[in-house]
Write a protein that binds this ligand. Structure first.
Ligand code: GLN
Length: 323
């Protein structure tokens, strides 16, 4: 284990039992509220999800795991995969190159918005965690085609989560690929203003594939703790990313991870996190924990309603706030 992990805060004796109890209780308390949210339907296959599902997993830098509720129900990463492709781009291309093409500022617009791209010159996506920014980030990767680009993202996702068999949900991939007019519009617009180069359909294909990577809440907890530890997966012992890259990723998660809901989430929860319309949220408490939540009932901004409520309660109960 690296020194960052060894220097991480050790939990006082007895915290393990407290955590199990807190997780069980929050799932029980929050589950009835999932009826107030809606599953995403603009990707038709996601519309089939059961909105009453709710699960959570938490992992520590010391290698403990706690789970509750529907933690082992599978779902697709969707926008959470943007964190993975960003980590890959920062590692392979360097900070300067990536951020010369994509900004690092939060936006008050929805994740798939086209509006500000046209209004502000240069027409550079505001950050890598909105759709336009993630598509540009993917296009920068040094791979010749969708197949090899996606394979590289999947390999990093596998090492971050420790789920070495992690792969696509074919039905969700096809469903998004065949209906995604909005992402096509974004990508072709970006190309028309010189912000995106290359074979648009090929780049989009790798974007749809990475969004359809199938995980469960425990996989996200391990990913979150790997980012929290500064890049070492505490379960495999592998250094997956540099601590500098993890710091940048956590900073962007803290400011942009829940799109136009990021400010409210920072106030309510106070922990770097990233959501996806599949219903997942990955949260990363520096030097301490990773948390994965799953609840496909979304709020109007496309963030998991139950996931946010559970994280808010857990952050308070276990004093996790860092922001
Ligand atoms: N695949 C989804 C899209 O591009 C991801 C969006 C999300 O999870 N917020 O629309």
């Amino acid at each position: 284990m690296n020194t960052e992990v060894l220097n991480g805060r050790l939990e006082p004796h007895g915290d393990g039992e407290l955590i199990s109890k807190v997780l069980e209780t929050v799932v029980e308390q929050v589950r009835p509220c999932t009826s107030r949210g809606s599953v995403a339907t603009y990707i038709p296959e996601l519309g089939k999800q059961d909105k009453g599902l709710l699960g959570i997993a938490m992992a520590s830098v010391q290698g403990d795991v706690w789970v509750a509720g529907d933690w082992d129900s599978p779902f697709t990463m969707q926008s959470i995969s943007k964190v993975v492709s960003l980590g890959l781009a920062l590692t392979e291309m360097g900070e300067e190159r990536v951020f010369s093409r994509v900004g690092v500022d939060p936006t008050a617009d929805p994740f798939n918005s086209i509006m500000r791209l046209e209004m502000v010159a240069p027409h550079r996506p505001q950050n890598p965690l909105i759709n336009a920014g993630a598509i540009v980030t993917l296009s920068l990767l040094p791979y010749p085609d969708s197949h090899s680009r996606f394979a590289a993202v999947r390999d990093l996702a596998r090492r971050l989560t420790g789920a070495m068999d992690l792969d696509m949900d074919e039905a969700v991939y096809v469903s998004e690929r065949d209906t995604s007019d909005r992402n096509r519009a974004l990508a072709y617009f970006l190309r028309s203003v010189g912000a995106l180069e290359g074979d648009i359909e090929d780049i989009l294909d790798s974007y749809f594939r990475q969004c359809s990577l199938r995980v469960n809440a425990k996989d996200l907890a391990v990913m979150g703790v790997t980012l929290a530890s500064g890049g070492v997966n505490p379960f495999s012992g592998e250094r997956v990313l540099s601590s500098k890259v993890c710091r940048i990723m956590r900073a962007l998660m803290a400011t942009c991870g829940l799109y136009d809901g990021s400010g409210e989430f920072a106030v309510r929860v106070g922990v770097p996190a990233k959501s996806g319309v599949g219903g997942g949220i990955v949260a990363s408490v520096p030097m301490r924990y990773g948390i994965g939540t799953f609840g496909p009932a979304l709020d109007p901004k496309g963030n998991s309603l139950g996931g946010i409520m559970m994280l808010e309660r857990i952050s308070k109960e276990l004093s996790l706030r860092v922001l």
